[in-house]
Write a protein that binds this ligand. Structure first.
Ligand code: AMP
Length: 421
């Protein structure tokens, strides 16, 4: 019996995991610059939370949730996205008390039962931000600015923010009616999914991945014509903030986002290098969700994004360093006495730098080849003869020069040479 990772999941092996660390590091630095703090919520929540929070008409809730009954028969679901759990936690811990907006970030795995295909997994990673407690359009602009800044900090050039408004409880239904009216005669041209969306929530039709459906939707009315005064004003002010903050953006009235909870601002940041599915992140304002989940009415805005897709963009942009970090020193040894002396030197050096050592008892040549392959800066060579004389040979792997030093002087010597180079 050979086990394999479950369908739609994969291992992130060491040759790749350093890239993930780099993305997470830059994300955390950027989050700190913008004043967001980390929240870690459970991997699973009550199923009802997602059904309420994400919306019954979404593909996620209809088709993609990993739902199971626990031993007591409670229905639980592996989180398919981050916001519902964060909002649940915000309400549970009364984080809103204190007057300031609560600014949170997460970086963690999500689970969706999707057909595995290029770039789509059943376990995948997302980063996200949520800012809860302020109605100000400056918050929406801050989150869009964060997203653009993060991609720039990672070395992705030429991203474009696209913004739209989803309206609110007052004006969104007017738009839904208008859409239904205008699309009624074209209904037979849409796919089966879109016909369901038409009944439940016609704006979801813009999320369709089917080119024929999108073609028909080109003639659909723009939501901007249906916005109420409050939403119109909010949208204008978000744009004014973005312009003053020099964040490049354009208005895209076909932008709908796949989740039901958005009100007012919705946005995506796109990167042309990704092809058809070019969105690097997406988000927006969700002023009703906290109340929906049982908290006090609290305006909020957030963004989330897939990490796998971000890595694909980084690779196509050549924005990741070609190799992972290299050891400063590889300890090369022959014979058991040298092994002890080598382990002792490695232990001392590891207080200061990265050190590798051979554990296979291979020959000197093989060990030196390995040191070169690992890209080590120095090899520290110890044979029976060196141990007997109380010395060790430091080999500079760039110049090939070798020099012997008393064992007690080796750590200082390597430190001195590294500081110089
Ligand atoms: P959504 O929450 O559906 O708006 O998805 C946000 C982002 O998460 C997408 O743009 C993808 O980058 C990523 N994503 C969503 N589903 C998957 C999946 N099954 N596999 C990998 N990435 C995903």
């Amino acid at each position: 019996m050979k086990y394999q990772a479950p369908r739609g999941t994969r291992d992130i092996l060491p040759d790749e995991s350093w890239k993930w660390q780099r993305v997470e590091e830059v994300f955390r630095e950027t989050a700190a610059r913008f004043g967001y703090r980390e929240i870690r919520t459970p991997v699973f929540e009550e199923t009802e939370l997602f059904a309420r929070g994400i919306g019954d008409s979404t593909d996620i809730v209809r088709k993609e949730m990993y739902t199971f009954a626990d031993r007591k028969g409670r229905s639980l679901t592996l989180r398919p996205e981050g916001t519902a759990g964060v909002v649940r936690s915000y309400v549970e811990h009364s984080m809103g008390h204190g007057g300031r907006a609560t600014k949170l970030f997460y970086f963690c795995p999500m689970f969706r039962y999707e057909w595995p295909q290029a770039g789509r997994y059943r376990q995948f990673w997302q980063w996200g931000l949520e800012s809860l407690g302020s109605l100000s359009p400056a918050v929406d602009a801050e989150i869009i600015h964060f997203s653009v800044s993060l991609f720039a900090a990672l070395g992705i050039r030429g991203t474009e923010a696209r913004v739209n408004s989803a309206g609110c409880r007052e004006c969104a239904p007017t738009y839904n009616e208008l859409l239904r009216e205008r699309l009624a005669s074209r209904l037979p041209s849409f796919c089966e999914d879109c016909r369901v969306r038409y009944e439940r929530n016609p704006r979801r039709m813009f999320d369709c991945k089917n080119a024929a459906c999108l073609e028909v939707l080109r003639d659909a009315p723009s939501i901007l014509e249906s916005l109420c005064d409050g939403c119109r004003d909010h949208f204008d002010r978000v744009q004014a903030y973005l312009a003053r903050m020099s964040v490049p953006f354009r208005v895209d009235t076909s932008l709908a986002r796949g989740l039901d909870y958005y009100t007012k601002t919705v946005f995506e940041v796109h990167y042309a290098g990704l092809g058809a599915q070019s969105a690097l992140c997406g988000g927006g304002r969700y002023d009703q969700l906290v109340e929906e989940i049982g908290g006090a009415a609290t305006p909020a805005c957030g963004v989330s994004a897939g990490v796998e897709r971000l890595l694909t963009a980084l690779e196509s942009e050549g924005a990741l360093p070609a190799t992972e970090p290299r050891p400063a020193v590889v300890v090369v040894w022959m014979g058991s006495a040298a092994s002890l002396a080598g382990a002792s030197l490695a232990a001392a050096l590891r207080e200061l730098m990265s050190v590798e050592m051979d554990y296979q008892e291979r020959g000197l040549k093989a060990q030196l080849r390995d040191a070169a392959r690992l890209g080590a800066r120095f090899a520290l060579i110890l044979g029976e003869d060196e141990v007997a004389r109380g010395i060790a040979v430091v080999k500079d792997m760039q110049t090939g020069e070798q020099e012997a030093f008393p064992v007690g002087a080796v750590v200082g010597e390597i430190e001195r040479r590294l500081a110089k180079s």
